[in-house]
Write a protein that binds this ligand. Structure first.
Ligand SMILES: [Zn+2]
Ligand SMILES: [Zn+2]
Length: 294
């Protein structure tokens, strides 16, 4: 199960939707993507602990995505964090933080480690290039596929030899008594859940290729029908829907909505004409994805 918390879902100037911040949680692993101004306050008010965050990924250096980060890191230190914090982001992120820490005479109580990707036995976090006005990257949070042996089938067929079972699990074909057993007949693959977040982007091939068939795509949807949207490095909601359709994703969340839209009905309607399984990421809402039952 993966839970995505939409902490702030507006874009540009601060507005009531809050500024970009998404928390993705999987069994005790919390990752935050973008950290607009006010993120720590919104998390505190809603009992989401930022002390549990293991990794923070920043999409790009525009203020609405990064200004909340130095404050959050300093608060972590005040609360005596000891655990290393992993950071992903554009090249300038390190210089930016070092400069702020130096000028605010801040000495972290914990290590901050910059990484270009993350992997453990359960998940993988990778970045992909997006098409904005400055260097910018989106993120893929992926659960690894799990391979289980079909114990029921083995029992039915009277296969008990653990060596045979192990070989099948390793994906090897096995011959017993002249009969060939193929691993694919005895393995159940549980597909991992995948969530993609673009940050700011106009619709582009790079993004479509990176987010193919994800369970949830969180895409820039700054405008409704702004002619200059692409020049600003942003998308209209119909653009986000086109990307979702072309990438064959399961669900689309419209994100980074401009303060000019108090009412998002039309924004959503236009997107749904192209891609039906769309919703507006409401601030302080969350979205849960369970594994599909086999
Ligand atoms: Zn932005
Ligand atoms: Zn931007």
């Amino acid at each position: 199960m993966i839970t995505t918390y939409f902490i702030g879902t507006g874009g540009g100037a601060p507005n009531k939707r809050g500024l970009p911040a998404i928390l993705i949680r999987r069994e005790g692993f919390d990752a935050l993507f973008d950290c607009g101004e006010g993120t720590q306050w919104r998390m505190m008010e809603h009992n989401l602990s930022f002390m549990r965050i293991k990794l923070i990924g920043i999409t790009h250096m525009h203020a609405d995505h990064v200004l909340g980060l130095p404050g959050m890191i300093e608060t972590m230190a005040m609360y005596n964090r000891k655990e290393t914090l992993l950071l992903m982001g554009p090249r300038e992120l390190k210089d930016f933080l070092e400069e702020v820490f130096k000028r605010t005479h801040f000495y972290p109580s914990f290590d901050i480690k910059f990484v270009s990707n993350y992997e453990d036995e359960n998940i993988r976090i990778r970045s992909f290039e997006t098409c904005h006005t400055i260097e910018s990257q989106g993120y893929l949070f992926e659960e690894k596929d799990r391979v289980n042996i079909d114990a029921e089938k083995l029992r039915r067929e009277g296969i008990k030899d653990w060596k045979v079972i192990r070989q099948l699990k390793e994906g090897k074909r096995v011959e017993i008594n002249g009969k060939v057993l193929l691993p694919e007949d005895y393995l159940i693959i549980k597909k991992g859940i995948r969530v993609a977040y673009t940050g700011d982007t106009r619709p582009c091939e790079k993004v479509i290729n990176a987010v193919k068939e994800v369970d949830l795509l969180i895409h820039d949807s700054t405008f409704l029908d702004e002619k200059e949207a692409h020049e600003y490095g942003h998308s209209n909601s119909s653009d986000a829907a086109e990307v979702a359709l072309k990438a064959n994703v399961k669900r689309l969340a419209l994100f980074h909505i401009s303060a000019r839209y108090d009412d998002t009905t039309e924004l959503l309607r236009r997107a749904k004409i192209i891609f039906e399984k769309t919703f507006v990421s409401e601030p302080l809402s969350y979205y849960i994805i369970h594994h599909q039952k086999e």
